[in-house]
Design a protein around this ligand. Structure first.
Ligand SMILES: Cc1cc2nc3c(=O)[nH]c(=O)nc-3n(C[C@H](O)[C@H](O)[C@H](O)COP(=O)(O)OP(=O)(O)OC[C@H]3O[C@@H](n4cnc5c(N)ncnc54)[C@H](O)[C@@H]3O)c2cc1C
Length: 484
């Protein structure tokens, strides 16, 4: 039976307070839904979405890239345009003191428009970048995509204070190739602070949050004899009836919801973090005023797939690798192997290393593109594996779960959903209410099967798969210098 229409007085449970859960709570309450409760096992009011304080959701991070550059996927390009306008509004809300979470100040910003640079090591721009340039121009965003080898574009970048972002690795000065495109609409989201701001906004509109390792932790569904979902039970044994339950547990969703078998899987990206001392000459060089977010050979497989950020306010310089995304298949009670996130902070077993392949590509890049780090004697401070929720086609999953009235999913971020924190929930509510179903994005996010098409991401290869963490060597960079 399909989920019956909701009234504004119905109880809605959201499981997961990452960006999908937060944004959905914000937009449901904004539209007048009175009884929205968000459950999370993370006590975010104390851990503040900080990886350093024990958070391991994908959204709980120092920073994330914001970009409009989406090649031919104009539905995401439009969504980014909408999101960027909201990010600017959120900055104004902070500046004007409209919403300032505890521990933050009016001087804080959640989005810095420092540009987002897509670099290749080839001589020519990849087709993806060419498509972005065309589609952004077609949409009226003229001269926003600045080609690094084009002198006129350099002048435009300079006039917008983005000159250094056109060659952040000083390639020209070093006599090396610097072929890429600066998406000047993009930049960096200050991820942890943005989540705290979203949480505060949702609370202001009336959403209730249960953020606790026991009272907030999903332990199972309340079901009817026909298999429909009428609420959840949390780890403390309490039952929470609801007309609609929305599962938004990021990388944990596929192992909590077997309906997603073959459709979504938790996969790990690898991250290294340096720390630039305030006294270093590199402090200014890597500041968001001088340095963009960047992606390098991001669609080029195991030997590429790097991205990075300007240093943050504490000097952390983060670089990530997604050229190979790893899995952690675990046999579950029903006998099926599903990839389950394992991190520095998981309860039973922890992972404090990253795969050697990731470290090899990261080190090679740093030696070639950022030799200053070694020149200044800076070493990796810490590493992280961060869990994506990959769908087979890289589109999100935002829909009612077939055959289970009362259950909805908002997941499948596939490594690119953070930038939509301010607006994705509005689309989730549209999908719940059945509004604007013909729109390309909503169509792309519907419940779907792989069918005959070739998957962008091969899923559920299990312990036999080459990307299973059990089959890859891990770096011996044990991270002993970490203060964690
Ligand atoms: C390495 C990496 C880099 C990325 N970079 C970018 C980027 O630069 N730009 C961008 O736009 N996107 C980026 N993304 C993607 C983006 O971070 C994700 O799409 C987004 O954060 C996913 O949000 P979520 O709400 O689905 O999941 P999460 O943020 O993981 O949140 C899931 C929540 O569910 C909770 N939960 C889990 N199990 C339970 C349970 N049993 N009970 C209660 N709560 C539970 C968790 O504690 C967590 O808070 C990146 C992702 C990764 C992994």
């Amino acid at each position: 039976m399909p989920t019956p229409p909701l009234s504004k007085n119905d109880q809605i449970n959201i499981v997961g307070a990452g960006i999908f859960g937060l944004s959905t709570a914000l937009h449901l309450t904004r539209r007048g839904y009175k009884y929205v409760t968000v459950f999370d096992k993370q006590p975010y009011d104390t851990t503040q979405y900080s990886y350093f304080k024990g958070c391991d959701g994908a959204s709980a991070d120092i920073n994330k890239i914001i970009r409009s550059a989406y090649g031919s996927q104009t539905e995401y390009q439009q969504l980014s345009t909408e999101a960027i306008a909201s990010w600017k509004q959120w900055n104004s809300d902070l500046e004007n003191g409209i919403d300032v979470p505890e521990g933050m100040s009016r001087a804080d910003r959640v989005f810095i428009q420092c540009g987002s640079l897509n670099l290749t090591d080839g001589d020519e721009l990849p087709e993806f970048e060419k498509a972005t340039i065309k589609n952004m121009e077609d949409a009226g965003h003229i001269d926003t995509q600045l080609i690094t080898t084009n002198r006129e574009h350099y002048t435009i970048a300079q006039s917008r204070g983005m000159g250094p972002a056109m060659d952040p690795f000083l390639r020209e000065k070093r006599g090396k190739s610097n072929v890429g495109v600066l998406d000047s609409t993009g930049g960096v989201a200050i991820a942890d602070k943005a989540c705290r701001l979203a949480l505060q906004k949702a609370r202001k509109f009336g959403a209730r949050f249960v953020l606790d390792p026991s009272a907030g932790a999903f332990d199972g569904f309340m079901t009817t004899s026909g298999g429909d979902i009428i609420g959840i039970q949390t780890k403390d044994g309490i039952r929470h009836p609801a007309k609609l339950t929305i599962m938004a547990c990021g990388g944990w969703t596929p192992s909590l919801l077997p309906d997603l078998d073959g459709l979504c899987e938790a996969t790990a990206g690898s991250v290294i973090i340096y720390k630039i001392p305030r006294t270093s000459s590199l402090w200014e060089r890597f500041s968001p005023g001088q340095f963009p977010t960047w992606l390098w050979k991001v669609r080029d497989g195991a030997e590429g797939g790097l991205y990075g950020f300007p240093r943050d306010e504490n000097g952390y310089l983060k670089i990530g690798y997604r050229g190979t995304k790893y899995t952690n298949p675990q046999r579950q009670n029903d006998g099926v192997e599903r990839s389950v996130p394992i991190t520095r902070w998981t309860e039973d077993r922890q992972l404090r290393k990253i795969p050697s392949q990731a470290m090899k590509v990261l080190r090679r890049f740093v030696a070639e593109y950022i030799p200053e780090l070694a020149d200044e004697g800076l070493q990796i401070q810490t590493t992280r594996v961060c869990w994506y929720t990959d769908s087979f086609d890289n589109h999100f999953f935002i829909d009612h779960v077939p055959g289970k009235a009362g259950l909805f999913v908002a997941t499948g971020g596939s490594g690119h959903a953070f930038k939509y924190l301010p607006n994705i929930g509005n689309w989730v509510v549209d999908a719940i209410e059945g509004i604007g179903q013909e729109r390309a994005a909503i169509q792309a996010w519907r419940w779907r099967e792989l069918g005959g098409q070739k998957a962008s991401n091969a899923l559920m290869e299990g312990t036999k798969g080459a990307r299973s963490l059990s089959n890859v060597s891990l770096t011996d960079e044990q991270d002993t210098r970490s203060k964690l």
